[in-house]
Design a protein around this ligand. Structure first.
Ligand SMILES: Cc1ncc(COP(=O)(O)O)c(C=O)c1O
Length: 365
């Protein structure tokens, strides 16, 4: 036990520093996992237990566990960064905890109090502190999740759940240099409809997106741009990132991001950019953006950049958009000065280089 109430049952034979360094040599994203995880279990009669820090290991699930049949599964993603002064801090974990609970509510799963979510992650990060890489843009990515574990085949909310958080050290998305994305405007499939689960971070949304992701790959694109389900006109988001459009209004920079209609995820990076924009002299607004607006504004020259944002990549420019019967070039890395300025500002806050005026950084160690 420690003062968090979480029982500590660490691995008896952790990797040596040399072994760890060797595992961390070629990080990429989401390929290397650290040695521990924190688990909490929920029962309808007694609520959440205190939780355990234990070795990272495969789970044992009853074949009748409801998650395997009816998909009560939600997750989150946020990062812990090595600070300029050597400490470690995570970026807005409370915001992820709140979004986790909003997802839980939508899927009729129990909420986990924000402070328990943050504590569980802190206990893990402290244990895995040597797995937090040091360079700018590198981080320890945290993956909290919750699944329904009750063995029961009736279609109803389960009475037992597992919360788990594990870590994955990740490289800077731009380790190999900035490569603007090419994206596919998807008209064949929809990601989410009004009243559906689009604003929840539930596993099923991602399973349903894979066919479109494959279609995008066949067109030579790395990502899908989702349109609204009803008119297939309004731009919503990408598979795992929100979108920003950068306008030049006679020398003034204006950022526009698709409005939260209930069918897209309220990204925490998106929210951070909306708050940072005025500090960099940009105005920012949330509104509906149609593909016709996009095409027209590129043609008349007022739309200068389009970029994607999310925890994994932070900010990444979009260079080309393809659609059935055509494509539009937006610009290369050199044309993406607004995206890159925002990325630099955000990363420098995340690494404790620029003062954290918004109180976003949560010091862990
Ligand atoms: C569908 C979707 N949209 C947007 C985002 C970006 O959200 P955030 O900035 O909180 O990572 C994510 C990633 O979490 C996502 O999965």
């Amino acid at each position: 036990m420690n003062d968090s109430g979480i029982e500590l049952r660490p691995k008896q034979d952790p990797l040596s520093p040399e072994q760890r360094r060797s595992v961390m040599q070629n990080l990429g994203f989401g390929r290397v996992f650290t040695e521990h995880m924190v688990t909490l279990r929920y029962r309808a009669e007694s609520g959440w237990d205190d939780g355990v820090l234990e070795p990272y290991a495969p789970l044992t699930l009853d074949p009748a566990s409801s998650v395997l049949h009816y998909g009560q599964a939600i997750f989150e993603g946020f990062k812990a960064y090595r600070q300029k002064d050597g400490h470690i801090a995570s970026f807005r974990p409370d915001a992820n905890a709140r979004r986790f609970n909003a997802s839980a509510k939508r899927l009729s799963m129990p909420e986990l109090p924000v402070e328990r979510f943050v504590l569980a992650s802190d206990v893990l990060i402290r244990k895995e502190q040597d797995w937090v890489p040091p360079e700018l843009g590198e981080s320890l990515y945290l993956r909290p999740l919750m699944i329904a574990t009750e063995a029961a085949l009736g279609v109803r909310p389960a009475k037992e759940y597992l919360f788990l958080v594990f870590g994955s050290p990740s490289a800077s998305y731009f380790a190999q240099g900035i490569k603007p994305l090419s994206v596919w405007l998807c008209k064949e499939y929809v990601r989410a409809a009004e009243g559906g689960t689009g604003e929840a971070k539930c596993a099923g949304n991602y399973a349903a997106s894979l066919a479109a992701q494959q279609a995008a790959a066949e067109q030579g694109c790395q990502q899908v741009i989702w349109l609204d389900a009803k008119e297939r006109r309004y731009v919503e988001e990408m598979g795992g990132m929100n979108l920003f459009f950068v306008y030049d209004d006679g020398g003034k920079t204006r950022l526009v991001t698709p409005k939260l209609t209930g069918s897209l995820l309220a990204g925490i990076t998106r929210d951070s950019i909306l708050k940072l924009a005025p500090e960099l002299g940009y105005t920012a607004e949330e509104k509906l953006i149609s593909i016709e607006d996009w095409q027209r504004d590129l043609e008349n020259g007022s739309l200068r950049e389009v970029f994607a944002c999310g925890t994994a990549a932070v900010i990444t420019p979009i260079g080309t958009v393809k659609y059935e019967g055509g494509s539009l070039a937006i610009g290369g890395a050199e044309q993406s000065s607004v995206a890159m300025a925002l990325r630099e500002r955000l990363l420098s806050i995340q690494h404790g280089v620029t003062p954290d005026k918004h109180g976003w950084m949560h010091r862990v160690l």
